[in-house]
Write a protein that binds this ligand. Structure first.
Ligand SMILES: *[C@@H]1O[C@H](CO)[C@@H](O)[C@H](O)[C@H]1NC(C)=O
Length: 344
């Protein structure tokens, strides 16, 4: 009888220890409060540094986050333009030839909207430099001249490098667009609806005094960082693809963030985010990283329900107002839907 009880205790203890460790319960217990002390490095006010750099001064603190990667190709798409309405960055992967072609023939057509100057570039990393894929990508670059290849290993957990190298390219080579759209190569996008949205002058809340006055003006000088916004917490379960350890991120909540896939920034916001990122430690999920940078900059992302994180079920009338929707990894479907909505 006693033996059996001891045995039961043992089993219970084992189950508890297992839950505590394996399920990541301890990580939930020991996480730090996001609301009370979000001291993400660098734990300084980055706003004055950003203003210093944007005013052409040398920052009083040295940057901590400058990626050592290079652009293997460049593009003169922006160099002859004083101003653009919209610049579209499409994050793609080496093998996605079909998806890139679908984008080129749908929302990525640069002359689709009369009177609007829109430009599009794809951003890629590298794989094996001697692979057939690389040869094919080089041929594609020669044909279309719309790919910027960056010399880092293209993989899911290097997504932040891709996003932030695209920011760097924009900052250095195309800082004259009113708005910037970042999109993945498996999205449906309506540039018309996007331009309608941004021309209604939506703004994001900001704690930066200099920006508060500019936010009353319009367009490019205002602060806008918008898309589908999440307010959520890190996953600590050990089996999750998105598991994040306490070492990597010790707080109990994410800052509000715009899910990657599609998001739009005003001109000023693009510059603030790039310059701000130089003082904010990198993080492997790019959408959360931009949320962290936004938090540091005092910018609250704006939720726009016309961006769909979950694929919106297609119907002609249902898509009338959609700006972007996930779930168009099949190029045929993107052609079909986009052509039905743009019948001329
Ligand atoms: C990210 O890219 C760097 C530079 O190419 C590489 O050294 C690293 O292994 C890559 N990381 C992942 C997770 O693929």
């Amino acid at each position: 009888m006693r033996k059996r009880r001891v045995y039961l205790y043992c089993v219970c203890a084992c189950v508890l220890v297992y839950m505590y460790n394996f399920l990541g319960v301890s990580d939930y217990v020991f996480s730090k409060s996001y609301d009370d002390n979000f001291d993400y490095p660098l734990n300084i006010d980055v706003r004055p540094l950003v203003n210093e750099i944007l005013n052409g001064k040398k920052p009083s603190v040295a940057p901590i986050n400058v990626y050592p990667y290079r652009f293997l190709t460049n593009s003169g798409k922006c160099s002859t333009l004083d101003r653009l309405d919209l610049f579209i960055v499409v994050k793609s992967a080496m093998d996605n030839f079909g998806k890139r072609n679908a984008v080129r023939q749908t929302y990525g057509q640069e002359n689709h909207i009369p009177g609007r100057i829109v430009r599009v570039l794809f951003f890629l990393g590298i794989e094996d430099p001697k692979s057939i894929t690389q040869v094919r990508v080089e041929r594609e670059m020669a044909d279309h001249k719309d790919i910027i290849q960056v010399d880092f290993q293209d993989s899911y957990y290097n997504n932040t490098i891709k996003t932030m190298m695209a920011f760097r390219w924009l900052y250095e080579h195309c800082s004259t667009a009113d708005f910037y759209l970042f999109s993945d190569d498996d999205m449906y996008v309506s540039v018309n609806n996007l331009l309608d949205y941004v021309h209604d002058n939506p703004t994001s809340e900001t704690t930066n005094e200099i920006d508060k006055s500019k936010n009353k003006g319009n367009g490019r000088d205002s602060i806008l960082f918008a898309g589908y916004v999440f307010n959520s917490a890190p996953q600590r379960f050990s089996w999750s693809k998105w598991r994040v350890s306490l070492q990597e991120y010790p707080w109990n909540k994410w800052p509000p963030y715009v899910t990657a896939g599609a998001f739009v920034l005003s001109n000023r916001c693009m510059k603030m985010f790039y310059v701000g990122s130089l003082f904010v430690k990198s993080f492997r999920f790019d959408d959360i990283y931009l949320g962290i940078v936004a938090k540091k900059l005092g910018v609250t992302p704006t939720h726009c329900p016309k961006f769909h994180f979950y694929k919106k079920h297609y119907s002609l009338s249902g898509y009338k107002d959609v700006i972007a929707s996930h779930g168009f990894g099949d190029p045929e479907e993107l052609y079909r839907v986009w052509n039905e909505l743009n019948p001329y």
